[in-house]
Design a protein around this ligand. Structure first.
Ligand code: SF4
Ligand code: SF4
Length: 234
């Protein structure tokens, strides 16, 4: 049965629709306008914002990454590439048996979901609040280990160097190592082929690191790119 009111109903909606359609526009026309002054002013992110990744270090400068590849396996976007390698007494980058020799994150693929961080067993991988990841070339958006590795803070010495004398890998995770052993800088300088004056710094336990478990003969190893003191983004 035809609805007698349908004509009246449709004329009312046809009159109301444009008004309703512009309702949001009208409502916003009288609101205070906010212009973000980016990039002059960068609005602080939420504390747990998912930004660029960082590879962390132990308090003495050794790397936390053990090259296990769990982050790469967890990544839904296949954005992480890891190659692990064995530490040696002459060239040590992490306290344990293995370290991440090659580490890359492809920010053309990464969706900043954080699953890789959840998968990491050593808290080597975390995310910073840095969000400015645009660049002019595809290659520059594949971040290398040197770019991702955390900078050195007070008490840290760049790798490679021996573990803290008298400590083992577990002690690092128990928080017993709080800074580099005295004399660790001397090991790094030697690994770079630099001549150090004998009395330039006091001899320390790291100079006799062979007395501690698993740390024999840390000085005099071959140099590496990372040992060259290249500036890294923290
Ligand atoms: S944040 Fe997500 S997408 Fe990006 S590398 Fe980690 S797991 Fe992969
Ligand atoms: S970042 Fe963590 S999960 Fe990834 S390879 Fe290193 S230790 Fe393993």
């Amino acid at each position: 049965m035809p609805d007698n009111n349908s004509g009246q109903e449709s004329s009312r909606t046809s009159w109301q629709n444009p008004v309703a359609g512009f309702g949001v526009t009208f409502a916003n026309m009288f609101k205070k306008r906010i212009t973000e002054q980016y990039p002059e002013y960068k609005k602080p992110t939420a504390p747990r914002f998912h930004g660029r990744h960082q590879l962390n270090r132990h308090p003495d400068g050794l790397e936390k990454c053990v090259g296990c590849e769990l982050c790469a396996w967890a990544c839904p976007a296949d954005a992480i590439y890891v190659e692990g390698a064995d530490n040696t007494d002459e060239e040590r980058y992490s306290p344990g048996e293995r370290y991440g020799r090659v580490y890359q994150i492809n920010y053309l693929r990464c969706i900043l979901c954080g699953l890789c961080v959840e998968a990491c067993p050593t808290r080597a991988l975390t995310m910073t609040n840095e969000y400015e990841l645009a660049d002019r070339s595809r290659a520059s958006l594949i971040y290398t280990k040197e770019e991702l590795l955390a900078g050195l803070t007070e008490g840290m010495v760049d790798t490679p160097h021996a573990i803290f004398p008298g400590m083992d890998e577990q002690d690092y995770y128990r928080g017993l190592v709080t800074e580099a052993a005295p004399g660790t800088e001397r090991q790094v300088a030697r690994s770079q082929g630099e001549e150090m004056p004998v009395d330039s710094e006091p001899a320390g336990p790291a100079d006799v690191a062979g007395t501690s478990p698993g740390t024999s003969g840390a000085g005099g190893g071959a140099g590496s790119d990372r040992a060259s003191g290249k500036e890294v983004r923290a």
